[in-house]
Design a protein around this ligand. Structure first.
Ligand SMILES: [Zn+2]
Ligand SMILES: [Zn+2]
Length: 168
């Protein structure tokens, strides 16, 4: 699934959930490369006791590595933050938050619990360049050869095992 597809699906889901739960304003949902070591966060803007804007930011690298179902549970964690903020002006990981989050089916530690946490804090180590169209991307872990044989360039269709691999 591409980032754009995930963004569309999650935005629909967000509108539905916020309607059901009475969350107002409805948060804006974005994938942001600014996030480094967290899978997601909720940004709150408020003025004189009024919430002026909410933004759910999700880590696109996390989506690329772990797929939609995992980022969906992170998304629900951030929705739970929005619910707790709007209803109770609660913005931490209180007992109330934990209950709200579990009721929604969200993950209580979206960036933690083993592989994800260590993966998120790792530096980018490998760069791949398409010899045909010049597209490039970075990886934290090296692509195995069988994996590279299966993937194609999203832009021009060149097989990934023809791509140039550079250690960063
Ligand atoms: Zn949280
Ligand atoms: Zn290409």
């Amino acid at each position: 699934m591409t980032q754009k597809q995930a963004e569309n699906l999650l935005t629909q889901e967000l509108n539905r959930l916020c309607g059901e739960l009475g969350v107002n304003p409805i948060p804006k949902l974005i994938f942001s490369r600014r996030l480094k070591t967290t899978a997601g966060c909720l940004r709150i803007q408020h003025k004189k006791g009024l919430t002026t804007a909410l933004t759910i930011e999700l880590n696109p690298a996390y989506l690329e590595e772990f797929g939609y179902s995992r980022i969906y549970r992170t998304f629900l964690h951030e929705v739970a933050h929005a619910v707790c903020w709007v209803r109770y002006k609660d913005h931490g990981h209180s007992k109330l938050f934990q209950k709200t989050c579990l009721d929604l089916g969200g993950s209580l530690s979206p960036s933690q619990g083993g592989r994800e946490e260590s993966w998120l804090s790792e530096p980018w180590r490998w760069q791949y360049n398409c010899p045909v169209c010049g597209m490039s991307f970075k990886r934290k872990r090296r692509f195995s050869l069988p994996k590279r044989r299966r993937y194609k360039c999203r832009n021009c269709g060149a097989r990934l095992d023809t791509w140039r691999e550079t250690r960063l």
